[in-house]
Design a protein around this ligand. Structure first.
Ligand SMILES: [Zn+2]
Ligand SMILES: [Zn+2]
Ligand SMILES: [Zn+2]
Ligand SMILES: [Zn+2]
Length: 474
């Protein structure tokens, strides 16, 4: 049986990734055989018994359980070679020692940022999720930043210490709760695409007063576990609940306006800077959740706008919630918002941007590249979320709430400042309706933050929410 797992979604420098892939394949095979949650199969709590004690001697970044698994990991080769070269050229013992032995978090962050940049320039492509994860969380003692010797926390395999003493010193930070969250983050379940379709929907919630888990429970009568790695079924339910974060965030953003319930007036949502991943958050079950909260809405039109999307035929469907029939139109617009706005009437009820990364705007990135590699280096064409022109066009859409989510507070503040600056340049006034607050409808699956400068180590999708309205100045 050819069992596929989503290897792209995983990366840990402290675990043997081949072992984790293998565990995930076993879980997926069990799922295909319908054995999940079966007593005889037992628990699949993350199993870190087989410790990854072998450090790759080339890059000194990735650990394995054995030489056999090191050689099996072909994906690691390019990464490894580049880090070997860096050590040779710079005559250093560890890639992180680019600017000398690491003695503080600041030095570590600087080294990580430099290595990220060097790697993406040398590979001539954006880094994969795995590469980012390994670089953002290299093996080091969280107390003294030593890279060797290291003992990995057996509970989560997410942090490491040089000694028992330093493990003890970290116990107020690495609480049982943090350890459990990291265990979920690094569990083999995270390599599986969840498969869960919820058909029955029940009660709506008072959206401004509720949160994701509660609203999900009201809607589905399904209770998510706080130990989702106990079984595949519980993990699937947990991941399914997390996937409602985006549609619930749309529901929350819409509470900022009164929706006129004219029977033929559609609610039109633009998802700008959309990627193919966004489509997964607007499946039938998510839309049923939407109509449960907004019973008066009869027609919903979703425009996925982004030049990273592949063209697709328009889809019109009818969705039944209780006894009500609702229509949904999905349109994939595989180009930028600027191009879309030139040829279409722009009249959305809501504009939403999911975790846009606006930091590429400006000359900072180019400067950094030049600093390390004076000869010009081609960088991949950025997607439309990076284009000031698109953002300016979005700001010109007066009257509709513009909602954007960010993964961390630092990212949220930086995104907001980009909007603010563009608004000022274009004589547009911004009114903030939802002011970079923790989003009660953020996802519940933990993610590791790749931004080394950021103090939030664990983040969630749609973690922070900002809703703004724009008006012309005069
Ligand atoms: Zn292994
Ligand atoms: Zn290596
Ligand atoms: Zn230490
Ligand atoms: Zn732990």
């Amino acid at each position: 049986m050819d069992v596929k797992v989503n290897v792209e979604s995983y990366g840990s420098s402290l675990q043997c990734c081949v072992c984790v892939y293998n565990q995930a394949r076993v879980l997926q095979a069990m799922r295909l055989l319908g054995k999940e949650a079966n007593e005889e199969v037992g628990n699949h709590e993350p199993n870190h018994e087989k410790t990854a004690e072998l450090l790759c001697n080339g890059c000194k970044m990735q650990r394995y359980c054995s030489v056999a698994h090191l050689t099996e990991d072909l994906e690691h080769r390019d990464f490894c070679r580049i880090f070997q070269d860096i050590q040779q050229v710079e005559s250093i013992d560890h890639p992180l020692f680019l600017q000398g032995i690491v003695l503080s978090r600041t030095m570590l962050n600087q080294a990580i940022s430099q290595l990220k940049l060097i790697l993406s320039v040398k590979l001539r492509r954006p880094l994969s999720l795995r590469e980012k994860e390994i670089l953002a969380n290299p093996g080091f003692c969280v107390i003294c930043y030593r890279t060797t010797p290291l003992n990995v926390c057996a509970g989560c395999a997410g942090v490491a210490y040089c000694s028992e003493n330093h493990r003890h010193l970290d116990k107020d930070n690495h609480t049982p709760n943090v350890c459990r969250t990291l265990a979920l983050l690094y569990s083999p379940y995270r390599l599986l695409d969840y498969e869960f379709q919820i058909k029955e929907f029940h009660r709506s919630s008072i959206i401004p007063e509720s949160h994701l888990v509660e609203a999900f429970y009201n809607a589905t009568l399904l209770e998510v576990s706080d130990r989702p790695w106990k079984s595949l079924q519980q993990y699937d339910l947990f991941a399914a609940c997390s996937s409602f974060s985006t549609i619930a965030t749309v529901c929350l953003a819409l509470t900022q306006i009164s929706i006129v319930a004219e029977p033929d007036k559609a609610v039109i949502v633009y998802i700008v800077g959309a990627t193919s991943e966004c489509l997964r958050y607007f499946e039938e079950m998510h839309l049923k959740f939407f109509f449960l909260q907004y019973e008066s809405v009869q027609n919903l039109e979703l425009y996925f706008i982004g030049n990273m999307l592949k063209p697709q035929e328009p889809v019109d469907s009818i969705i039944c919630v209780a006894d009500l029939k609702r229509t949904v139109a999905k349109r994939i617009i595989p180009f930028t918002f600027t191009r879309f706005s030139k040829t279409n009437k722009i009249d959305p009820t809501l504009i939403i941007m999911l975790q846009p990364d606006l930091t590429g705007i400006g000359n900072m990135t180019n400067l950094l590249v030049k600093q390390f590699y004076p000869r010009s280096v081609e960088r991949e064409e950025p997607d439309d979320r990076h284009w000031p022109e698109c953002l300016t066009n979005i700001l010109h859409t007066y009257g509709a709430p513009i909602c954007f989510t960010s993964i961390s507070k630092v990212q949220a503040l930086s995104n907001y400042s980009v909007f603010n600056e563009l608004a000022r340049e274009n004589d547009i006034v911004i009114k903030r309706a939802y002011n970079i607050a923790e989003n009660p409808y953020r996802g519940i699956l933990p993610l590791r933050n790749h931004c080394a400068e950021d103090s939030e180590m664990i983040v969630y999708t749609n973690n922070y929410l900002e809703v703004i309205f724009t008006n012309p100045k005069y």
